[in-house]
Design a protein around this ligand. Structure first.
Ligand code: BG6
Length: 491
């Protein structure tokens, strides 16, 4: 296990301190880092919100949240109480310039790294940053952390970036895409650039196509208000799936320095073939779930989840075919799909190699399957290389596909830290490698926006699919038209 290096004492102000993200993700992540000795006991985590709960009220909420969101075996009452001693609270309406900013200022130490975590609604990013600036709270050692979504299209993303950029330098802005904090996603860099074998195969001569699937079984989980305005293309593709695509498609960066890695990802985003209005039909499929069953249990349809009888044309599923227009990736399609209420939760990348140019084996020797590298991001994280091997035994020559597997849980017998643990510590350390730079976010919107526009201009709506299926059948046709099939996941 990598040695844990403690960070220097820091101040972290969490706006939206009583919200779901803080209680479900941020406090548990900080607790684990505290328990493992990385967050020092004199660090200050200062919750800021409008309700009048005081230090004690915030600590009580944190204690309850930890009981819900940290494994019981990892909760030590003594450590919990020492962790809660790092928590403080300030009552503040951060959207108001004349709020109690002085109170907050007095709690902060000028000499420390200062993290402002905006766990608020995204439309508050601009006003909160402006008030932080006006209140004179932004020091050279300050950082601001923003959650997605950054805007809902290119213009609004630029606007948010401008407002935040009025107050913070780009090097101080940490835009979270929590997929980049997942261990297995970071492992993509190791797989590609710490091993010599794959890089030589990573080219159009050898690779037939790439599939990226992020399937979820959950529906709206109480986020219907946000989701119905966003849809899955904005919610998942614009950020998580495009970031995965970038990590697979990028050229080797010259170093691991944050901007060198982000430069290469940006080049991929800029090399994506722009969608033309007529591409919407041929290259994208959108769907919306209706009632069905997952794991044998009935689940309601999207409108029932939303609690409305009014029609909604928001997509809960999307499949699309993308092209990266570079020498390396010419004629190698990238098929992306993601959706809610699919049969199983799985995120995986399948790199399928080209078929044999010629077979010396008799046709009846095998059901041929081209080699595939399957990178399982979650759950059951692992990597499998599928190869044709001879079935053991005398008699006729038979070949079958067999997997060469690395299962991370078996290889490393440790808890996989949550993405937020890594990302929060990177913020304190000032390492932006795993965060999205402004130009990346905007390039991703620039690619996604024409898809949204062409959907909006069409008379048809998302196709229905029953919850618990792999989306509309048109999504299967999208890839099968090209003589390929979706990988259905390995056990
Ligand atoms: C979030 C999306 O960014 O990612 C959610 O807003 C989605 O809609 C979630 O459920 C999926 O994250 P994970 O880590 O569970 O794959």
């Amino acid at each position: 296990m990598a040695k844990i290096i403690p960070v220097d004492a820091f101040d972290c102000v969490v706006f939206g301190a009583t919200g779901d993200l803080t209680l479900r993700k941020l406090l548990p992540a900080l607790y684990y880092r505290f328990r493992d000795g990385q967050v020092p006991p004199d660090a200050r985590i200062i919750g800021a919100a409008r309700s009048d709960i005081g230090d004690d009220g915030f600590r009580k909420r944190a204690d309850t949240a930890l009981k819900h969101h940290v494994a019981a075996a990892d909760l030590d009452p003594d450590i919990v109480s020492r962790f809660c001693a790092c928590l403080h609270y300030v009552r503040l309406d951060a959207t108001q310039p004349d709020a109690e900013w002085d109170g907050l200022r007095q709690m902060l130490d000028q000499a420390r790294v200062r993290v402002f975590y905006l766990a608020t609604s995204p439309d508050l990013y601009g006003p909160v940053c402006r008030n932080l600036g006006r209140a004179g709270l932004v020091t050279p050692l300050s950082r601001v952390v923003l959650e997605k979504p950054i805007g809902h299209d290119l213009a609004s993303a630029r606007e948010v970036n401008n407002r935040v950029g009025d107050v913070f330098d780009e090097t101080q802005i940490f835009r979270i895409d929590h997929y980049l904090g997942k261990e297995t996603v970071q492992n993509l860099l190791a797989l590609r650039f710490a091993n010599s074998i794959f890089e030589r195969l990573w080219t159009t001569d050898v690779i037939d196509h790439v599939q990226i699937t992020v399937a979820e079984t959950v529906g709206l989980e109480g986020r219907g208000g946000y989701f119905d305005k966003a849809g899955v293309l904005r919610d998942m593709v614009q950020n998580h799936l495009l970031q995965l695509l970038c990590l697979i498609a990028m050229e080797p960066p010259v170093s691991l320095e944050a901007d060198r890695v982000r430069d290469e990802k940006l080049k991929v985003l800029r090399a994506l073939r722009p969608f033309e209005p007529h591409d919407a039909v041929a290259l994208t499929v959108r769907g919306q779930y209706t009632q069905g069953a997952i794991d044998g249990k009935p689940v309601p349809g999207y409108l029932a989840d939303l609690g409305t009888n009014d029609p909604s044309h928001t997509e809960t599923f999307v499949a699309l075919k993308a092209e990266v227009r570079t020498w390396r990736w010419a004629n190698v399609p990238f098929y992306l799909r993601t959706g809610k209420r699919l049969p199983t939760k799985v995120s995986e990348i399948v790199v399928q190699f080209r078929a044999l140019p010629f077979s010396i084996f008799p046709p009846e020797a095998a059901e041929w399957q081209p080699n595939r590298l399957i990178i399982r991001l979650q759950p059951q994280e692992g990597i499998r290389l599928e190869m044709m091997t001879k079935d053991p035994g005398p008699g006729g020559l038979r070949l079958s596909p067999t997997g060469l597997d690395i299962r991370f849980d078996a290889a490393f017998n440790i808890r996989f830290p949550d993405a937020y643990e890594r990302l929060l510590m990177d913020t304190v350390r000032g390492n932006p490698t795993l965060f999205m730079r402004r130009d990346e976010v905007e390039a991703a919107w620039a690619w996604v926006e024409p898809i949204l526009d062409s959907w909006a201009g069409r008379p048809d709506h998302p196709r229905p699919y029953s919850a618990g299926t792999w989306g509309p059948t048109a999504a299967i046709a999208l890839i099968e038209r090209d003589g390929r099939t979706w990988h259905e996941g390995f056990e």
